[in-house]
Design a binder for this molecule. Sequence first.
Ligand SMILES: *[C@@H]1O[C@H](CO)[C@@H](O)[C@H](O)[C@H]1NC(C)=O
Ligand SMILES: *[C@@H]1O[C@H](CO)[C@@H](O)[C@H](O)[C@H]1NC(C)=O
Ligand SMILES: *[C@@H]1O[C@H](CO)[C@@H](O)[C@H](O)[C@H]1NC(C)=O
Length: 331
Amino acid sequence: MLIRFTLSLALTRLAGAVCWHDPAAVALPSFGYALERGPLTWAGLAPAPQYDACRLGKKQSPIVVYTRTAKRVDPKNFKMNITQYINSGGVKLENLGTTLEVHAGREHGSLVGVIGIEGEPYGPYRLENMHFHTPSEHRINDEYYPLEMHLVFKSGNRFAVIGVLFQLVSGSPPNNEFMHNLFLSVRNITRPGTSTITGTLDFRGLSNAIKTGPLYTYNGSLTTPPCTENVKWLVLGGTRPLHVDTYNKVKSVMKFNARYSQNAPGKINLLERARRIADGATVAASSELEPQSDVVLEGDGILVGSEGEEPMVPLLLDDEEYLATQNVLEW
Ligand SMILES: *[C@@H]1O[C@H](CO)[C@@H](O)[C@H](O)[C@H]1NC(C)=O
Ligand SMILES: *[C@@H]1O[C@H](CO)[C@@H](O)[C@H](O)[C@H]1NC(C)=O
Ligand SMILES: *[C@@H]1O[C@H](CO)[C@@H](O)[C@H](O)[C@H]1NC(C)=O
């Protein structure tokens, strides 16, 4: 997942107002996914302690989600509304070098969105951006997928991110229009720093899939520097279809941008573990390879706090409150 620095974001907006296709309009991050800018070195790309969580954090993302033990959000307790700011025409898709991204806001070419989770002390969360990773960052029961979408939401300074995994299909698949339209002109933005306009995006199919779930949840981090923790993750258990031709177009532009799987939540950071081993330590692995021992499932769809978490303060998101949330969206 990616957040940009406030300053560069402000500059982007300014430049963006001048010309959407100006290469200078998109601010590019300094980290990468290969060689000396790759995920193993992220912590060193900024003066300490800015990116320290990337090498020391014990609740880092992405993780391998083991569905047998993962905690779920009951669909009954989950509300969401995402749409284009203006419903016709497309949205602005940017090549940030590290990802392809559509940002949210009250501008033509943006998205607007909100989620509310009943029983969750924070929120509602407002949409910040939608961006992609290939291959997928999260894995489900060890399996990876070719593409992952991140819908990044924020409430105050706390993030909530929905991860949606895509599976390849060929022929004339149903439910493929959204991704087809989204990446219609992706070949126009092969150069980092450029942007294009997508086809019209109808979020209903995607929204329904997310609302139906299962949504696996855990307390993790941003998957890009500064690797900030205390991020509420919601990973959709089922996959969405992606035509192989669309995928090949996206892959040729986005290249490779997935951080490696992090240790189970609460366990030692794998970089710290590797450092100790490089220093000559012998580290027993057996017990640490148990899947996510601090994430517990207590029956389908029951939201439970796991050990070490803050108690869940009930926040009833009744219809009236939800409507108020919606009104915020109706500019
Ligand atoms: C993409 O590039 C083609 C060829 O240069 C151009 O005709 C088209 O208008 C561009 N489309 C978008 C949405 O940028
Ligand atoms: C999530 O983890 C952070 C530490 O990384 C902790 O401060 C926070 O209380 C946790 N949040 C929940 C809801 O458990
Ligand atoms: C979602 O938000 C849009 C834009 O504000 C609004 O027009 C629409 O009615 C909302 N949909 C639902 C289901 O609340």
